[in-house]
Design a binder for this molecule. Sequence first.
Ligand code: HEM
Ligand code: HEM
Length: 346
Amino acid sequence: MASFKLIVLLSVLALASAYSQMPGTTMTTVTTTTTTVTADEDSQGLLNSFDRSIIRKTWDQAKRDGDVAPQVLFRFIKAHPEYQQKFSKFAGVPQSELLTNGNFLAQAYTILAGLNVVIQSLSSQELLAAQLNLLGGAHQPRGVTPAMFEEFGVIIEQVLEEELGGSFNAEARQAWKNGIAAMVAGVSKTLKNPEDLADPQTKLSRHQIRDVQRSWESMKSGRNALISAIFIKLFKETPRVQKHFAKFANVPVDSLRGNADYNQQVALVADRLDTIISAMDDKLQLLGNINYMKYTHAKRSIPRSTWEDFARLLGEVLTSKGVSASDMESWKGVTAVFVNGIAPKN
Ligand code: HEM
Ligand code: HEM
């Protein structure tokens, strides 16, 4: 295992030096206490040159200590065992065997290399922002949240304190705290909040569901009129859609609003929609309601295009009622999930 660690560490250092030779980056001598002054040195940001210099110096010391990388990842997983599942290559390895598992160690050194690149980029706000953007982007599809990076930062601090002993003084701790805050702020731009993460089964985020529920709630009194407006537009656009409804198939469109059967159908749809939307934050009910809609409409042979038209007209009517553009984005996502569930493409 020692030789494995050495190889990974060497590749980390090679990566770091290759990186620092990229055009537009600044070579920084990490062993000296004075930092190289660059044009960006005085730009505004969370980190001043003093913080940056301490971070580089303590990091230079820490990364040579072979224990730091595995310890950080090990303690992170020990503190939050549920996160181990995210690492498919060692998800099933018992905690007691992690520190001798090759895939675990490889991940630990991958993180070390990533952190190294970030620290090499500290001298330029622009470069740092670009690196953090990449880091966030690499983690977004894995469902990693800013809060997890924050938790990770706490562990880094603890491990550095233990491994560096006396040289990790109060100033160093503060510099790292600032650095970690800058990192979390940077990655948050590309990482989604848990609110915005789509559920893998329903494909909807809590945020989308919340927007739809809130805006639907706000038009409580006008719901039947809203549904009626959609059906009338739908029948006018595509007259044969009205033929699905035996009870009022032949009533002239402009007389529908005075037809009892029509009004009853509108009320039925509005009530059902209300029930569905109210229960959308319960995943099982949501999936069940989509199935119910599919099942109850399957025998009527309604083509997918009719559902798409209904969803589009719903969007138009909600917009005309003053629903905000950002809420409408959420409605779009929600209606797409319903259309795909009720009338799948194939
Ligand atoms: C300083 C903080 C971190 C750094 C520098 C870092 C770095 C990296 C790098 C370089 C990769 C490989 C990216 C790729 O192959 O596209 C990676 C993958 C990954 N990271 Fe991080 N990471 C950090 C924090 C976190 C946190 C807080 C989590 C939360 C659980 C996390 C979870 C993952 C996962 C699940 C993968 C994919 C592993 C796989 O290949 O299956 N990382 N990380
Ligand atoms: C949000 C949208 C909709 C909701 C919540 C909804 C709900 C319902 C419900 C609860 C029923 C009664 C089911 C039963 O007891 O068998 C029903 C019947 C029906 N729905 Fe929908 N529906 C919606 C949209 C549509 C659309 C776009 C069409 C397109 C033509 C449609 C066509 C029908 C037909 C033909 C019936 C049978 C009516 C009858 O009894 O004569 N529905 N709908």
